[in-house]
Design a protein around this ligand. Structure first.
Ligand code: NDP
Ligand code: HSE
Length: 436
């Protein structure tokens, strides 16, 4: 049987990894897919750039039409990133009847609903395993392996760059900027690293996970997003002393009032498995009514781990080339006409326990003022600590752990505490997830 002809859009970190894995494992891949694969052409921006993988110059081009308009190419692999021109190229490939494999979580989270609708009309597959969790086959696990469950919740360390930075800060006392630079050099970070450190990349991935877990359309705009940019090493240290680790999590949870969808830093008891996922590693905890709690762990970024997921998608697509489109696994796990618009919970309605840190002048009555505000708002305190002043400073850190309460009440408490004369600087808030 003739080889399946592939066209690659993008020859960067992931594109290079895909070329290497497809070449190195060609024999194993053929044994699995039943067909050889041939990369016909790769599209990039700069033909003079040094590449991490060898590739003949005559098969490298800046002209995307060499892939999109070549009728012999059956599968287009989009590894450019960003929204445009990736979106237009993916839609053009679909209109030309080509299957698409992409690692582009931003594109799927923001435009996936339209892309999947177009793919259904043309009877082609759009596969996106590499969009979440790097090398962890988490999309397949939720969409197929856990298909018998009603998923109750999922929570994941799904941004390798943030996890790498937090780990470096905690273990080695690294400065934020140095750790970010290292993550960029290692090929983990997005082209725009603010996506990583501001939580946007994790929110893209969470949007995708929530859709396939709960059977809801992709609703990125409803996700509450906070990153790690404003975390201070003092909070990482205090958290550790209190028996917690600081991690950036994407959390999606069904509650009676609606679905929570939030990506932000979290304190997790240090004994929990997920609290010990360090460096670029990712982990996604999925809780189903039948299976209970499951944890999927692996490298969340990098050339070959991501290529592992991309190549698995290519193999899947090749295996289904002759399958009736109606019989394929639905893009978003649930049949398209069975997606529900279930209510998403506003962040103000979400209930969590919290860690609060206030920088205060060291004078009588400060703790009493703070505890009075909390009592007035019906907020119960689990622990309160005043840290010793540093050197000759008249300022002290006051640390509070408060019990689970509606976010709206915590917001009010933060506002009132910040307005006290004795408080200097912003109140730091980190939500706590016990996972018990
Ligand atoms: P890179 O920036 O390393 O590579 C992007 C590639 O796309 C480059 O080859 C670039 O060309 C090419 N490109 C970009 N814009 C254009 C354009 N307008 N026309 C033609 N070519 C273009 O990105 P990554 O490989 O890191 O990421 C690719 C995708 O994979 C992204 O969606 C990313 O989010 C996703 N991803 C990345 C992971 C990682 O660990 N890096 C992990 C999981 C997903 P040139 O080389 O000439 O500049
Ligand atoms: N920038 C992403 C991360 C790449 O750091 O997790 C993997 O999606």
């Amino acid at each position: 049987m003739s080889a399946v002809r592939l066209g690659l859009l993008g020859f960067g970190v992931v594109g290079g990894g895909v070329v290497r894995v497809l070449t190195r494992n060609a024999h194993e891949i053929n044994r699995r897919a039943g067909r050889d694969m041939e990369i016909v052409c790769i599209v990039a921006r700069d033909l003079k750039k040094a590449r991490a993988s060898e590739w003949p110059t005559e098969k490298l081009t800046t002209d995307a039409d060499r892939v999109l308009k070549d009728p012999s190419i059956e599968v287009v692999v989009e590894l450019m990133g960003g929204i445009e021109p990736a979106r237009s190229y993916v839609l053009a490939a679909i209109e030309a009847g080509k299957h698409v494999v992409t690692a582009n979580k931003a594109l799927i989270a923001l435009h996936g609903n339209d892309i999947f609708a177009a793919a259904r009309r043309r009877g082609v597959v759009v596969a996106f395993e590499a969009a979440v969790g790097g090398g962890i086959p988490i999309i397949k696990a939720i969409r197929e392996g856990l298909a018998g469950n009603r998923i109750r919740a999922l929570a994941g360390i799904i941004n390798g760059t943030s996890n790498y930075i937090l780990t470096q800060m905690r273990e080695n006392g690294a400065e934020f900027a140095d750790a970010l630079r290292e993550a960029q050099a290692l090929g983990y970070a997005e082209a725009d690293p603010t996506f990583d450190i501001d939580g946007i990349d994790a929110a893209h991935k969470l949007t995708i996970l929530a859709a396939i877990a709960f059977g809801i359309p992709l609703r990125f705009e409803s996700c509450h997003v906070e990153g790690i940019r404003n975390l201070e090493s003092a909070d990482i240290r205090y958290a550790q002393e209190l028996g917690f680790r600081v991690k950036h999590l994407g959390i999606a949870r069904r509650t009676a009032a609606g679905i929570e969808l939030r990506a932000h830093p979290v304190l997790i008891p240090h004994k929990r498995l997920i609290a010990n996922v360090d460096g670029v590693m990712n982990a996604v905890l999925v809780e189903g009514d039948a299976v209970g709690s499951t944890l999927f762990y692996g490298p969340g970024a990098g050339a070959e781990p991501t290529a592992s997921a991309v190549v698995a998608d290519i193999i899947d697509v090749v295996r289904t080339l002759t399958t009736d489109p109606q019989l394929r696994v639905p893009h978003l796990a649930f049949q398209p006409d069975a997606l529900s618009e279930g209510p998403l919970l506003a962040m103000a309605e979400v209930e969590t326990a919290c860690y609060l840190r206030a920088e205060a002048l060291d004078r009588p009555g400060v703790l009493a003022d703070i505890t009075r505000i909390l009592a007035d708002l019906g907020i119960s305190i689990e622990a309160i600590q005043q840290r010793p002043p540093v050197g000759s400073s008249a300022r002290v850190d006051v640390i509070l752990l408060i019990h689970k309460i509606r976010e709206a009440q915590v917001n009010q408490a933060i506002e009132r505490i910040a307005a006290l004369d004795s408080i200097v600087g912003p109140i730091r808030r980190l939500r706590v997830e016990m996972f018990d």
